[in-house]
Design a binder for this molecule. Structure first.
Ligand SMILES: NC(=O)c1ccc[n+]([C@@H]2O[C@H](COP(=O)([O-])OP(=O)(O)OC[C@H]3O[C@@H](n4cnc5c(N)ncnc54)[C@H](O)[C@@H]3O)[C@@H](O)[C@H]2O)c1
Length: 252
């Protein structure tokens, strides 16, 4: 994969998620150039102006935007956040029809403009949308993928950290399956909280017992099946973080 820091990163969908990703790319110096594509011309132009107006505070990176997908041409990475949002009362699966159709038509177009790009889907329901997008193009594995359970895992780690009274940098955890319809009970997850018996201090719903093996190993079982399991460790679980939870880029 080309080095994203020297390549062009395009973001499709200049809504809340797309612009947050754009901002994160800018402050981390993740891209050599940044492009935003959104079917809402006014919105994308306004967001590009905002990002450019803050350019004195971030590493140098030209930011362009358009309601024409051509603005993404020559990208190393294309991040797709375009699509409808989940409405109150609407399930993730009900979102699927619209966003799956969008992904199927959009992905081939994006690859015409950027034939070598890696395409990352964030649009929900992300696993279904990504599967549909990958099926719409003939590419080797690893060229079209989704953000998967990254956000779920991050929320999971935050919740364990809060309940256990430790910094999130000292919590290992991963949600390994989409929560699915209704969003409960089906996810398989693993977690560990530094220096604490994770299940006891996390107070997660379910029956916690001490697991065999390493000290502090715990297992929590929900009423509907294994929910998460893990073991306590004293040091940071994520090499990008210090034990106090700051990212390595915070220290630059
Ligand atoms: N995977 C995750 O962890 C995760 C987390 C948060 C949000 N999401 C999902 O990300 C998506 C975006 O959320 P948001 O809050 O930014 O929504 P938003 O409504 O703020 O932004 C979506 C943008 O997409 C644009 N758009 C729609 N169809 C388009 C198309 N065909 N081509 C280009 N642009 C198009 C819209 O004009 C809008 O500006 C949603 O599906 C949301 O559920 C995923």
């Amino acid at each position: 994969m080309p080095d994203p820091a020297s390549g062009k990163v395009s973001i499709v969908g200049a809504g809340s998620v797309g612009t947050a990703i754009a901002y994160a790319c800018l402050i981390r110096g993740s891209a050599g150039a940044l492009a935003l594509f959104d079917t809402n011309a006014k919105k994308v132009h306004a967001e590009v102006l905002d990002l450019n107006h803050g350019s004195q505070f971030v590493p140098s990176c030209p930011v362009t935007g358009s309601d024409d997908a051509g603005v993404t041409a020559g990208s190393s990475i294309v991040v797709v956040t375009a699509g409808a949002k989940q409405k109150p009362g609407q399930s993730r699966l009900e979102l699927a029809a619209t966003n799956v159709a969008m992904a199927r038509s959009l992905t081939p177009q994006l690859l015409v403009h950027s034939p070598g790009a890696v395409v990352i889907f964030v649009t929900n329901p992300v696993d279904l949308v990504t599967y549909a997008a990958a099926g719409a193009v003939d590419l080797p594995a690893g060229r079209v993928f989704g953000s998967g359970t990254v956000l779920d895992s991050s929320r999971f780690r935050y919740l364990i950290a809060r309940r256990a009274g430790v910094n999130v940098g000292n919590v290992c955890g991963a949600v390994t399956a989409d929560p699915g319809r209704g969003g409960r009970g089906r996810a398989g997850s693993r977690g560990a909280a530094g220096g604490q018996g994770a299940a006891g201090s996390a107070g997660l719903r379910g029956d916690a017992d001490r697991g065999a093996g390493r000290p502090g190993s715990v297992r929590a079982v929900s009423r509907t099946g294994p929910s998460w399991a893990g073991s306590a460790g004293a040091s940071s679980c994520d090499p990008a973080r210090t034990p106090r939870g700051r990212t390595s880029s915070d220290r630059r």
